[in-house]
Design a protein around this ligand. Sequence first.
Ligand code: PMP
Length: 437
Amino acid sequence: MEQTGSVNRPESARCYERAQKVILGGVNSPSRAFKAVGGGAPVFITRGQGAYLWDVDGHRYIDYLCAYGPVILGHAHPEITATLTRAGEDGILFGTPTTWETALAETLRSAIPSMERIRFVNSGTEAVMSAIRVARAATGRNKIVKFEGCYHGHSDLVLVAAGSGPSTVGTPDSAGVPQGIAEDVVTVPYNDLDALSQAFDHFGKEIAAVLVEPVVGNFGIVLPHPGFLEGIRDLARDRGALVIYDEVITGFRFHFGGVQTLFGVEPDLTALGKIVGGGLPIGAYGGRAEIMERVAPLGPTYQAGTMAGNPLSMRAGLTCLDILSRPGTYEKMDLLGDRLEKGLLDVAQNHGVEVTINRLKGALTLFFGNRPVHNYEDAKASRSDQFARFFHEMLNRGVHLAPSKYEAWFLTIAHTERDIDETLEAADAAFAAVAKD
Ligand code: PMP
């Protein structure tokens, strides 16, 4: 594939060269490298404002990466900037309780009532890892069931790939994860209650929890089939296992609360991250009081953090959720999402390119191919070559998507109809290039 990046973005290419000499792979998170889209230098960004990013070569992009989800207000929102300035002036870290922690926890609990007791951590990874530990402590069991293709951070237990079916344990999905850990993980296909039921039949009383993205964000946006979340709840309840919702992406993405409050199916434990920190590092986990009370200092399950609940993240989170709670925010993103989805479908069709779009409100994934996407196998079957071509064509026309066919396009309250229309113009040319290949 043609790599126009170094021609169009010589400064990014230079920055990447320099970074690679000191930062492993030039990136601090592997998905930022362009490995899944044929390589080349990632774009080095110097500034963001509203729905736009500017790179070191001076190009402007409409941003749909949105930092993989946290950026829902757009960049440099003036109220977030003001909050951070005030927080800086007040001192940024005390290692003591503050009332901002309580206020943010109260806001989360009133929007997501199943989170009766909450703990703040620093990332989604920590939130899920800690929720799993509590679930194991609460049930006295070790095994976790997760769904193929879902991502839950980089702790050992969730870096496990599927075994050969619901009656086998997994295998490490990363060098450095011991087989012993993988033996505690059973992975089944998303939207497949039969497979989950078989996993329970086989492992019965060993299963501590079922861990699930209630709407998938990590092999593209994929919705649960009607009854899937209820089925998970009922099977788990029957067998004495807990349910953990990983709402790190979905929390406050689609409405003011979690998918659990949108769909009315509650888990025992919830992990949050991303949006709830207003763009600063954050994670949070919580659930029923009697489960959470097993965590230190009240109980024997240990979990801690120097930066946990830090004032910058708490205050940015409070401001972000305050803005999101105002009338019309989610409706606006839903309408823009609708315009984007319809527009992309139209333009793709005009060029005879087969696509499938999965969307929930202000987040969508464009899969290349006509196979509906209900699980990871479906997502894998979508065309990587066409996505890679489309990605680079869009980037060269000023639209920054996530560099992987498995990611979502995220909207913010800063995007406008004009931005969508400009995106569709770029897509028109990008689909034309895809059609020519
Ligand atoms: N869970 C989900 C659903 C995620 O999408 C992610 C990150 N993309 C994580 C957990 C891990 O969060 P973090 O990167 O903040 O550790």
